[in-house]
Design a protein around this ligand. Sequence first.
Ligand SMILES: N[C@H](CCC[C@H](N)C(=O)O)C(=O)O
Length: 285
Amino acid sequence: MIAIKFVKFHGLGNDFVIVDALEESGLPENREELPGLARDVCHRRFGVGADGLILIKKSDKADIYMQIINSDGSEPEMCGNGIRCVAKYVYDAGIVPRRQIRVETLAGIILPEIITDDHKAAMVKVDMGQPGLERSDIPMLGPAGRVVGEPLEHRGEIFRVTAVSMGNPHCVIFVDDVQAVPLYQLGPELEVHPAFPRKANIEFVQVLNQGEVIMRVWERGAGYTMACGTGACAAGVASCLNGYTGRKVMVHLQAGPLEIEWSVNNHVYMTGPARKVFTGDYPLE
Ligand SMILES: N[C@H](CCC[C@H](N)C(=O)O)C(=O)O
């Protein structure tokens, strides 16, 4: 029986099955089979259970290539919580013998750095690159320019949205009380709003003060998750763009905060935890 060795990680409860595909891993040769494998592995009852499947592969441009597949089988450009977990994995495994790691992704070369580390958990700071703020960057339909507090009509209701790309599309909506948002109704509806030709991650954000916000998220291709790293970056950038906070924002999620800084060099830095949970073998029929 062929089995795939995996390591289970999470970043503030956003959890991933990570497969080291640098050597023989039992993964299907045919890339077309990966979406189905991701759906099976990520299934909370019939599989291991995760928000996404992450494959670590060879890169000729960086230390490694990170391929992320959402639990619905779709392949996004980037994953912030996931890249912190990948950094910890490759550092612990000695695959990359230094704390500054270069990771090739569909969103470009992303730079995580291990800040502190013990055998189960690490704090990782990631240079997430520059945010995309033009409609064409998101992508989002409508006239050229930025989307900052713009009206978006949905079922007769007008939402004021701010759109940010972190390689993947984010739609940030500021609310008075995140707990009062009907996330399981609005999330899936706005995820597939026609204004977003490649769908969107939907973040609801409540501003606490000039340096802190609370975020709840409905992720494209994964649905409700406890945290979203690229989403927290988008929330930090959007909070600053709207004048609600400065450039440094503590984004509070259910299991803890992510520190976001949209630096004056236009790069977004995200600092947060990566925790190893267990290892296992996933049998292929
Ligand atoms: N669902 C996201 C990818 C995972 C992002 C999230 N888990 C993160 O930590 O950034 C998308 O389709 O764009």
